[in-house]
Design a protein around this ligand. Structure first.
Ligand code: UT7
Length: 337
């Protein structure tokens, strides 16, 4: 009897998009009481990209990246089975932004839905999407992580406006029989942390009214210091846990792909994992925190750095609270294609 090979879900392509308009720390100095020195030293951020064009939304950025990826891979639109869009800034409350992307990109055979888990959305999405591949039911799944954070940011609040930016990326997941792709995942939530990072109004708890608008309750609220403490503790712990569970030491890990919220949180996580800074990928200085966009933007920016078989550890922490880690074996050499 021929033994059936185990199917794993591998990332086989990546593409990204950030809008053209750049908002620098010096631009922010003119909007709020802050300084380039404070922002750089406390967060590591220098610039972020902002989607300014009227009438453009999360789906427009994602559609551009999806089209680019299909072209790059030479894949026909009809071949895509499923598209998941991870976002906290959907075009509309409903229908799902995934549906809109499928329509705009002409993915006529795909079904789709949105996944909301704040800054851990893309990581939770990877775990979720991988299951459709592992069962053998789907052959080509697109996972988008995009946010237009500027649509929910108050540019008079220095606690939040210095952090966030717009953009994101998309990955293609396909079956692999060589053992590449997602090896293990740990996903966690603690809803009691919701009070420290949330958007107060606009949902069923507090539908929009003139009062909620006047009180600026449709913007991101964050108690930064508290979130910082939970983020450093939990993101570093979950990354150490996934290494231990898979018997990996720091020499076995090739790259840390961490959510780009604050350079200090990433440095702390890397230190806990025993990783030298050469293995810690960062682009926070260019994009700030793009929420669901940070992980695919890292994969896209550093795609040519990865070699087939490299061990990547993903780590996130976000509102909710949500956090997690994924251990993935990179499946291709972009340099050679
Ligand atoms: O992605 C989802 C998860 N989110 C995160 O992981 C974000 C976690 N939090 C953070 O990254 C940091 O807490 C922030 C970057 C948001 C803030 O940095 P911090 O080092 O925690 O600053 P802080 O809130 O403790 O504020 C320190 C001081 C305060 O002044 P006093 O009270 O010491 O006089 C703030 O008022 O810095 C002041 N401050 C600022 N000064 C200049 C706060 N924001 C600013 C600012 N510019 N933008």
């Amino acid at each position: 009897m021929v033994e059936k090979k185990k199917i794993t879900a591998a990332i086989t392509g990546v593409s990204s998009y950030v809008p053209e308009t750049v908002l620098t720390n010096h631009d922010l100095e003119k909007l709020v009481d802050t300084s380039d020195e404070w922002i750089t030293s406390r967060t590591g951020i220098k610039t972020r990209h902002i989607l300014k064009e009227p009438g453009k939304a999360t789906s427009d950025m994602a559609t551009l990246a999806v089209n680019q990826l299909l072209e790059k891979k030479g894949i026909a639109k009809e071949e895509i089975d499923l598209l998941i869009c991870c976002t906290v800034t959907p075009d509309l409350i409903f229908p799902a932004t995934a549906n809109i992307i499928c329509d705009k990109a002409g993915l006529s055979n795909a079904w789709g839905y949105d996944l909301a888990a704040a800054c851990s959305g893309f990581l939770f999405g990877l775990e979720t999407a991988s299951k459709f591949i592992e069962t053998g039911k789907h052959k080509k799944v697109l996972l988008c992580g995009f946010d237009k954070m500027s649509s929910i940011i108050d540019y008079t609040d220095r606690n939040t406006c210095i952090i966030f930016g717009d953009g994101g990326g998309v990955v293609l997941l396909e079956p692999n029989e060589e053992g590449m792709g997602i090896q293990d995942a740990i996903c966690k939530v603690d809803g009691s942390g919701r009070e420290f990072l949330h958007q107060k109004a606009g949902g069923s708890l507090k539908p929009p009214t003139h009062e909620t608008i006047d009180a600026k309750e449709h913007y991101v609220f964050q108690e930064g210091k508290t979130v910082f403490k939970f983020a450093t503790t939990n993101m570093s712990q979950v990354s150490a846990d996934i290494m231990e569970r898979n018997k990996l030491d720091s020499n076995d890990v090739d790259w840390l792909i961490a959510h780009q919220a604050n350079k200090r949180i990433i440095d702390y996580t890397a230190e806990r994992m025993g990783l030298p800074k050469e293995k810690v990928l960062m682009n926070i200085e260019k994009y700030g925190n793009t929420t669901n966009g940070t992980l695919p933007l890292l994969l896209s920016d550093f795609e040519k750095t990865f070699k087939k078989g490299d061990n990547l550890i993903f780590a996130t922490f976000g509102g909710g609270f949500t956090w997690g880690s994924i251990y993935l074996k990179w499946a291709y050499d972009a340099n050679k294609s």
